[in-house]
Design a protein around this ligand. Structure first.
Ligand code: AMP
Ligand code: ZN
Length: 113
């Protein structure tokens, strides 16, 4: 846990969020600034700085739970959805705690902006 990390603070319930799913390893909540009708933020509860964290490939319970959560949260989205991880300034990453965006509920342009 990192004391001033906004997502760690959501995990600790120090900041309110509309939580949709919580397991041993992961937490999912509605994005505060949604860019699609469905915009969910899915995070590991443990503070992992980014998708490039070297310990990430060696955390199989976490990676399994992330994928299980995607299936659980987006299983009803029969028209499709998108999973996004932004990394670095070119991708617009703004919170340094690993997070997946789950986007759905409308047609999503490709390639992204
Ligand atoms: P990124 O730009 O990929 O780093 O994504 C960070 C996301 O976190 C953005 O879509 C923000 O709207 C979202 N976000 C930031 N703070 C909060 C919060 N307190 N509750 C919910 N979502 C948040
Ligand atoms: Zn954190």
């Amino acid at each position: 846990m990192v004391s001033d990390c906004v997502f760690c603070r959501i995990v600790r319930r120090e900041i309110p969020a509309q939580i949709l799913l919580e397991t041993e390893e992961v937490l999912a909540f509605k994005d505060i600034n949604p860019v699609a009708p469905i915009h969910i933020v899915l995070i590991p509860k443990k503070h992992i700085g980014s998708v490039m964290d070297p310990q990430l490939p060696a955390l199989p319970p976490l990676t399994a739970e992330l994928f299980a959560a995607i299936q659980q949260l987006m299983g009803e989205e029969k028209d499709g959805f998108r999973v996004v991880i932004n990394r670095g300034p070119n991708a617009g990453e703004s919170v340094p705690h690993l997070h997946l965006h789950l986007l759905g509920g409308r047609e999503l342009a490709w390639p992204p902006g």
